[in-house]
Design a protein around this ligand. Structure first.
Ligand code: FAD
Ligand code: FES
Length: 232
């Protein structure tokens, strides 16, 4: 695991932080890094998606949920952070009319995705409080926001050639059902953000069930065609 410098680490909403790290390692939308506060035990490396890449910087958007992310939130500019990445397969090549669907902190991969494909429509769903909507509006003329409802109710899959999804499991399950009922199998891709330990395919902690057998979410994913995932 390499060491990098934290440039800033700003709280942008309740329990939500955006951290900029000096690193030239870049990556593609849908890939992630394993991050570890240098003050934490080695067991606390945590997978966090790429939110943005700019020159020699990588940005992350994360929600504080437990010890690992709490320690990340305690980092200050100039602190060292352990980083390993970019990891995972990332989203596939985009084609035609694209839509990105993010639920809660699952909006994270789509800022960088939208920077690269500004013609995409973006759906942002939040359970309580919306954040970063203006930043997304600067990148796309079609930003659909839902607070408190189901963002999946707002999308018509027949309008799109490819749809990328990241969010809580019930939302991805809803997308799977929508995809099956629309008969458009093969165009919806989901980011499986299940628990990870090593992040590089060595421990099997992240194993998920798919129609092709068990797969490692870190090394074979985290992006899978939605119809292949068996949600448990
Ligand atoms: C490929 C990938 C990309 C991710 N990208 C982001 C991102 O960009 N921003 C972000 O905020 N989070 C992201 N996550 C989730 C993030 O890794 C977890 O929230 C983090 O590992 C929790 O660590 P912790 O030590 O703070 O909490 P823990 O103490 O480990 O857990 C606290 C609570 O959160 C639950 N939890 C922990 N991990 C997950 C998880 N992966 N999914 C659902 N519930 C979980 C636990 O069951 C527990 O209830 C990503 C996960 C993966 C696998
Ligand atoms: S996290 Fe260890 S194999 Fe995926």
């Amino acid at each position: 695991m390499a060491a990098a410098l934290v440039m800033n680490n700003i709280q942008i909403s309740s329990g939500i932080f955006r951290m900029t790290v000096q690193s030239g390692m870049g990556g593609r939308p849908g890939q992630f890094y394993m991050l570890r506060s240098k003050n934490a035990s080695p067991l606390l490396s945590r997978p966090i998606s790429i939110f943005n890449v700019e020159e020699d910087r990588v940005q992350f958007l994360y929600q504080v949920v437990g010890e690992g992310t709490k320690r990340l939130a305690g980092l200050r500019p100039g602190d060292e952070i352990g980083i390993e990445g970019p990891l995972g397969n990332g989203f596939p090549e985009p084609s035609g009319q694209m839509a990105f669907v993010g639920g809660g902190i699952g909006i994270a991969p789509f800022y960088y995705a939208l920077k690269q494909w500004p013609g995409a429509d973006i759906y942002l769903g939040f359970s309580r409080e919306a954040y970063l909507v203006q930043e997304f509006e600067r990148l796309s003329s079609r930003v659909i926001v839902d607070v408190g409802g189901f963002i999946t109710d707002r999308i018509d899959l027949s309008s799109y050639d490819q749809v990328w999804v990241c969010g809580p499991q019930p939302m991805m399950l809803a997308m799977q059902r929508l995809n099956a009922s629309s008969g458009n199998t093969g165009k919806v891709y989901v980011s499986m953000e299940n628990r990870m330990a090593c992040g590089i395919g060595a421990c099997l902690v992240c194993s998920i069930r798919t129609s092709g057998g068990r797969r490692k979410s870190c090394a074979d994913g985290p992006i899978f065609p939605v119809e292949e995932v068996v949600f448990e």
